[in-house]
Ligand binder design. Structure first.
Ligand code: GLC
Length: 421
């Protein structure tokens, strides 16, 4: 009894203390109510600025609003590392990550965790005039959690000096690999290192062959002959050398470099490459390339929808400034700057039909079609597990460590385990 008497009060005290500390520390959703009027310096966090476009944009803002200065924090150029950095800082409730670049595939996860400020009420931004797919990709459970800033659609870059009529189908492209051989170069590459870019490329191969990861009802439908045919296209091209051996180490930048160095006849990449391959002092392909739609089974293929939005952290102390800065990023002035300076895909629909821009940037119609027909990657708060299922199995199949059939079955099983049905 004596033992019990001393123990019980201790246990009760412990429970009370735990209860008190829970009351004392607000949950992430409580933060969404705070600092809505806050103005002052903020930080904008995004991945490496390959095209040198964001600092000049921030400079324009800072010249106008010196009291609400924006400072840039650059992460690495790799999508998965960028996400991990954001997750760490959200978990630490870092008020210094005020506005962050949110890849389209992170919206659901970050929103479900209540890390992003809902853009409603005084935080609302104007999304009229934006491509609908970009707004959908920043929305979770009918609430806008980030403002679209740049979109992204995959395109096929090709050496127009060597290939006068670009291929429309995968089979046509493969048949043109003889041109690469004759010119002592590799034929085709996308991004096949094991990271988010491989999920993009595997999904494109599957969608372009008439397969799907999810069907129209968002049900898992990956175990089909079409999806297998799509993945087989990559596996076979890697096995027979049409995709060079080092392509399993390629992310966006390494594959851009290979194309710019004149080592690739065809490249799958995002629009940002257009500007760099044209203007980089070291580019060997300036004036010698053009872009067309990704090749499909019997006509154009389907890109994975890419792109980025700007989200406001619920932990920011200066949310009024953050909101105005986000709106500024979507203004026509800044959208024009993104496309002319960095060949980034604007989110404002009307810019794709702007005669002055189209005259300067001949890839714009191809890009618009790519984005309009692009297929979103699965939308789920459990996306990290979903992308891992796709990446790791596609990687094993491309490297010949797993059959295509097995890789597709394993993708399905792992996605089911991650809650996708
Ligand atoms: C680009 C796309 C993004 C994608 C990433 C993969 O940044 O915009 O959506 O996830 O590439 O590497």
């Amino acid at each position: 009894m004596k033992f019990a008497r001393t123990v019980v009060p201790l246990v009760v005290a412990g429970v009370l203390a735990a209860g008190l500390s829970a009351c004392g520390s607000a949950s992430a959703s409580d933060y969404a109510e705070q600092n809505l009027e806050g103005r002052g310096p903020i930080t904008f966090v995004q991945g490496k600025d390959n095209n040198g476009v964001i600092q000049p944009i921030i400079d324009r803002w800072n010249a106008k609003y010196p009291e609400q200065k924006v400072t840039l924090k650059e992460q690495t150029d790799q999508a998965d590392q960028q996400r991990d950095d954001l997750v760490r800082n959200f978990q630490a409730r870092n008020s210094g990550y005020d506005v962050v670049r949110v890849d389209v595939v992170w919206t659901a996860e970050f929103a479900a965790k209540r890390w992003l400020q809902p853009l409603t009420g005084s935080m609302a931004v104007d999304t009229s005039g934006m491509l609908p797919a970009t707004v959908a990709a920043a929305t979770y459970q009918n609430t806008l959690f980030a403002s679209p800033v740049t979109s992204d659609g995959g395109m096929l870059y090709y050496r127009s000096d060597l290939v006068p009529n670009p291929p429309k189908t995968w089979a046509e492209m493969m048949s043109m690999c003889s041109i690469a051989k004759a010119n002592n170069m590799s034929c085709f590459a996308g991004q096949y290192a094991q990271y988010e870019g491989l999920t993009v490329n595997a999904a494109e191969a599957i969608n372009s062959a008439g397969g799907q990861i999810l069907d129209e009802q968002s049900k898992l439908s990956i175990n089909t002959p079409e999806a297998k045919a799509g993945l087989s296209n990559l596996v076979e091209a890697y096995r027979n050398g049409n995709i060079p051996v080092q392509a399993v180490t390629y992310q966006e930048e390494q594959s851009r470099q290979a194309f710019q160095d004149g080592n690739l006849l065809f490249l799958r990449n995002w629009p940002y490459v257009y500007s760099l391959a044209s203007t980089d002092a070291t580019s060997k392909v300036a004036g010698k390339f053009a872009v067309t739609a990704l090749p499909g089974q019997s006509g154009a293929g389907a890109s994975s929808l890419g792109g980025a939005s700007a989200g406001i952290s619920v932990f920011s102390k200066n949310k009024a400034t953050a909101r105005d800065f986000v709106q500024f990023l979507t203004s026509e002035e800044i959208q024009r700057f993104y496309v002319t300076q960095a060949s980034n895909a604007p989110v404002l629909a009307k810019l794709y039909d702007d005669p002055e821009l189209v005259a300067k940037l001949p890839y714009l119609p191809v890009l618009k079609t790519s984005i309009e027909n692009a297929v979103p990657r699965p939308v789920t708060p459990f996306y990290p597990a979903v992308t891992k299922a796709i990446q790791s199995n596609a990687y094993a199949a491309i490297r010949g460590q797993k059959s295509v059939d097995q890789a597709i079955i394993d993708m399905q099983k792992s996605m089911e385990a991650a809650g996708v049905k």
